[in-house]
Write a protein that binds this ligand. Structure first.
Ligand code: NOJ
Ligand code: CA
Length: 719
């Protein structure tokens, strides 16, 4: 019986649907979707410029204690429509975004066998939106008699590849995306997994050919394909499990504590499954497909949402120089009613004097906010938590004067940024939220960096399950009621929800700069993240490290940041985010004030973005125009190889002459041996200028441009 099923499946997978009943094309005709029901099983396929991108692939869901939504379907009705609208994001890579697609809606009827006719009919709609840069599709479950509450055992959406593509992947995991990327053939994933990821607890439950999305792929013919999801709401996060004999990816949802993968109640819908495609890697970076598939902004008034450039009492804890905790005593030995009785460890970072120092630095150099981590009680045993009530989010340590420090910051035109480490105790956080937000309002905070380190409580839930996903959204919408912006670390990787809830100004959900202080990240890391993690929304990557050798901060820390200073500068442009941190210590910036000038100048919100050159895993060059000004900023990063890039300034206004300041790797710069070698050149450029710029190994370059004035007359043209 099993063999028959396998043969049947194989037949279904191989059958061409070139005679498909239903087709839809993108507005420019280059991307096409085909849909049909073959032997009762729904199938789709995608082509780009006539070439297969996704071969015929099945669609459906397996249910628990119920007949599955996998077969016995027939096509009832298909509807086509078109949509073209330009919308204005609250913040973004450009000031307007065009949402232009052709839609195919297929209404399916399922007849459940062995049921009386009246009880047998169920309905599922699959909606395809076909864009010039790819396709989104989702399952919709309309209001109906015979399908109301149902539990998902697994979603069976397939993405059948045309060959053994190159993949830029991180391993499947229900709780974290904080991995270095692997670049390999699809056929190599299994064996790499075996050697690289053994013993990782959250993966034992997972397949060894499981990978996370957003997944970037490249075919031997030079097609760039990206698979992800959009609008992940009230559903589990999707991973992809690879059948590495046939190169077919199958959706693999995150289970809950019972192993179930989703609880749905019709009418409802799944998130969008997305496939971007182009023969130009720059198109993948410029794509707005994920944002476009999300719902419009849910807030009428967005005037309180503002991009933020910030510094923070943070890197000193990350590198181990100072501590989050006030005391080294375990919490059981602390009198919680009077923390000042506990012996201080003398290394607490969030103390009044130190915080003041950061406020002064922020004010002097034009930063909006100062993040202070470790300000509140509970850090003594937060990571080894055995109970779920570690933090209350309202009680400061005795050496952090919340009132005075906020007043001091405000008097200098700076705000403090709140920090809520939940330690994964999500219910505890929800319980304390009202009081925590009230405290913030009282002292004038308008943004939170939150975090979900460690196993989720309630026990058995995962960071990427439906339950946790609902929590993250609850935190965002509750914060919005208080006009508070949220930057959540260790939450599920984003899927474009920042369009609907633009107070979600950042997420981590990938390996950020902090890992440079733990083990060091591969130099190609930031040439991949914009293709993958950043597809769903901005990342609080926390760039700006100027001193790469961590032992200079903490002799016990042997880690090293695998980049040059110019690479760090470029990240403010290549890693798009409306929230940017200057992560290093003030005293390090003071040593390199000329290079630091770029971080002071660079914008965090944009009118236009132009991707000039890109290859995943190798390099990215992008130019962006500051919102509401004529200033431009350009950033370029390379991987572990040095390379020469020609920058063509034809994106500039033809009628303006600009003063360009170029921050480039020095002659002998090298991430491993000479990361702080750089040269800064200033001169005039126009839209006709072309410049060759060399990037060192692990290096990069940054350029700021502003319209020239009479005072700049004596400057030379750059060549
Ligand atoms: C992990 C976050 O990514 C990091 O930025 C933060 O400092 C720690 N958690 C503590 O909350
Ligand atoms: Ca983290």
């Amino acid at each position: 019986m099993k063999r028959v099923a396998i043969i049947l499946m194989a037949l279904v997978c191989c059958a061409s649907i070139s005679q498909a009943k239903e087709k839809q094309s993108s507005p420019n005709g280059k991307v096409k979707v085909e849909f049909d029901v073959v032997d009762g099983i729904p199938q789709y396929a995608i082509t780009y410029k006539g070439k297969d991108v996704i071969k015929p692939s099945r669609l459906g869901l397996e249910l628990i204690n119920d007949y599955s939504l996998l077969d016995n379907f027939k096509l009832k009705k298909a509807k086509k429509s078109s949509f073209d609208e330009t919308w204005t994001p609250v913040w973004g890579e450009s000031s307007t975004i065009r949402n232009n697609y052709n839609e195919l809606e297929v209404q399916l009827e399922q007849i459940v066998p062995d049921k009386p006719k009246k009880e047998a009919r169920r309905y599922v709609t699959i909606r395809f939106r076909v864009y010039n840069d790819g396709v989104g599709f989702r399952y919709e479950f309309p209001d109906q008699e015979n399908l109301t509450y149902f539990t998902v055992k697994e979603e069976h959406t397939e993405f059948a590849m045309t060959g053994d593509h190159t993949a830029y992947w991180i391993p499947g995991d229900y709780d974290t995306q904080e991995y270095d990327y692997v670049v390999s053939r699809l056929s190599e994933i299994g064996s790499i997994f075996d050697t690289a990821y053994t013993g990782n607890a959250s993966q034992t439950a997972f397949s060894k050919t499981g990978v996370q999305t957003s997944l970037q792929l490249k075919t031997d013919e030079g097609l760039y394909i990206n698979i992800h999801e959009a609008a992940l709401v009230d559903y589990s996060c999707m991973h992809l499990n690879l059948d590495d004999k046939n190169f077919v990816f199958r959706s693999w949802l995150t289970p809950d504590a019972r192993g179930n993968k989703g609880y749905l109640q019709a009418p409802c819908k799944s998130p969008w499954r997305t496939v971007m495609v182009s023969d130009d890697a720059c198109d993948i970076l410029a794509s707005n497909l994920i944002l476009n598939l999300n719902e419009p902004c849910a807030f009428e008034d967005t005037s309180w949402i503002k991009p933020i450039k910030y510094v923070g009492v943070w890197w000193e804890m990350i590198t181990g120089k100072s501590t989050w905790a006030y005391t080294d005593l375990p919490s059981v030995q602390i009198d919680k009613t009077d923390y000042s009785k506990a012996k201080p460890n003398g290394r607490h970072g969030a103390n009044n004097e130190n915080v003041k120092r950061y406020i002064d630095f922020a004010a002097e150099h034009g930063f909006d906010q100062v993040l202070v981590e470790g300000w509140n009680v509970g850090w003594e045993d937060w990571s080894g938590k055995t109970k779920d009530y570690v933090f209350d989010f309202v009680t400061p340590y005795p050496d952090f004067d919340i009132e005075k420090l906020n007043k001091y910051a405000h008097s200098k035109g700076v705000r403090l940024m709140m920090h809520h480490e939940t330690s994964g105790s999500t219910r505890n956080y929800e319980r304390h939220m009202p009081a925590a937000f009230e405290l913030m309002k009282k002292y004038g905070y308008n943004s939170i960096k939150s975090g979900y380190v460690g196993d989720i409580l309630p026990r058995g839930e995962h960071h990427y399950g439906q339950w946790s996903n609902n929590h993250y959204l609850y935190a965002i919408t509750e914060a919005a009621k208080h006009h508070i912006m949220v930057n959540a670390h260790e939450a599920v990787r984003p899927t474009g929800l920042c369009r609907t809830y633009p107070n979600l100004i950042g997420n981590e959900s990938a390996r950020g700069t902090e890992h440079q202080a733990f083990t060091g990240s591969h130099p190609h890391h930031t040439t991949i993240l914009p293709f993958t993690r950043l597809q769903g929304g901005p990342m609080d990557y926390t760039p700006g490290i100027f001193v790469m050798d961590m032992s200079k901060i903490n002799p016990e820390n042997g880690s090293y940041c695998n980049t040059t200073i110019c690479n760090q500068l470029a990240l403010y442009v290549t890693m798009y985010s409306p929230l940017q941190m200057a992560a290093d210590l003030p005293e390090h910036y003071e040593k390199y004030m000329d290079a630091f000038q770029f971080i002071k100048d660079v914008a965090v919100d944009w009118d236009e973005s132009h991707y000039l050159a890109a290859e995943p895993g190798d390099y990215i060059v992008v130019a962006r125009k500051e919102k509401g000004s004529d200033n431009w900023f350009v950033g370029g990063v390379t991987d572990e190889n040095e390379r020469e890039m020609e920058v063509n300034f034809d994106f500039l206004d033809k009628n303006i002459r600009y003063v360009a300041t170029i921050y480039a790797d020095g002659k002998n710069a090298d991430y491993a041996t000479k990361p702080d070698s750089y040269q800064i050149k200033t001169g005039l450029v126009t839209s006709k200028t072309k410049l060759e710029i060399k990037m060192a190994r692990g290096g990069g370059f940054a350029i700021s441009l502003r319209p020239a004035t009479d005072a700049d007359k004596k400057l030379k043209n750059l060549k």
